[in-house]
Design a protein around this ligand. Sequence first.
Ligand SMILES: O=C(O)c1cc(=O)[nH]c(=O)n1[C@@H]1O[C@H](COP(=O)(O)O)[C@@H](O)[C@H]1O
Length: 271
Amino acid sequence: MPQSFFDRLRDRIDRVDSVVSVGLDPDLSRIPDHLREKDLPRWAFNRRIIDETHEHAACYKPNAAFYEDAEGWRSLRETIAYAHGKDVPVLLDAKRADIGNTTRKYAALLDEADAITVNPYMGRDSLQPFLDRSEKGVFILCRTSNPGGSDLQDLELSSGEAVYERVAALADLWNEHGNVGLVVGATAPEELESLREQVPDLPFLVPGIGAQGGDAEAAVEYGLADGVGLVNSSRGIIFAGEDAGESFAKVSGQAARKLKTRLNRHREATE
Ligand SMILES: O=C(O)c1cc(=O)[nH]c(=O)n1[C@@H]1O[C@H](COP(=O)(O)O)[C@@H](O)[C@H]1O
């Protein structure tokens, strides 16, 4: 049987001593001028970022939104293969799900990526084709980091639980293959804490530190399940060297190292 995503992630976390997820969101308007002339500018950018950050990366998380055009999809494919060449798993942040017939097509995204983010709004059948890929990771949006995350997710149900708590309970139920995690934003530290108590075995992907100002300490303290989980930063790493011209990727490498060290201080404190 192939190793599960979370076993592979644990190996990677141990090998690089890092829970940093490096978000590859290569906004074309922000990548350095000298790369914009390239055939595949986003791939050229990501390759340099990967070269400088991979020693600190537990995984890479490209967000599909930054690749949804012809050049973008080619760049994404190259990026995934290159990350794999460096032995780093790739979590595709796609936030997909649809009726069964459609979502079966979406699940093909997992042919190349090692894990994916999905949206629980349409219920179990809309996620089943992802969940059935037992060797791949499936991170279900639970309590998101954006300001509007509370609009629906915090609503109280007649049972007394909040919608995001119900999502966590369902995710736990749907975790028949041990391949399910939750997405919980670092901007919601109280929810992070209560969710960790509610579902102690589910690893979290925690975005929202860096550019969104979330709580890195809470991300580490509550994001990890038996040491496994991911704390993501995208713009805070990949655009750290925005003013450094051709040395931009070196600065990203330093930013990734710095974040790793900072998170590791919290990891040691919570062990
Ligand atoms: O699923 C995600 O990764 C995600 C969920 C969430 O609640 N908040 C959130 O910011 N994200 C993603 O995480 C990344 C955060 O980027 P930065 O704010 O630049 O670090 C983006 O790709 C977001 O789409």
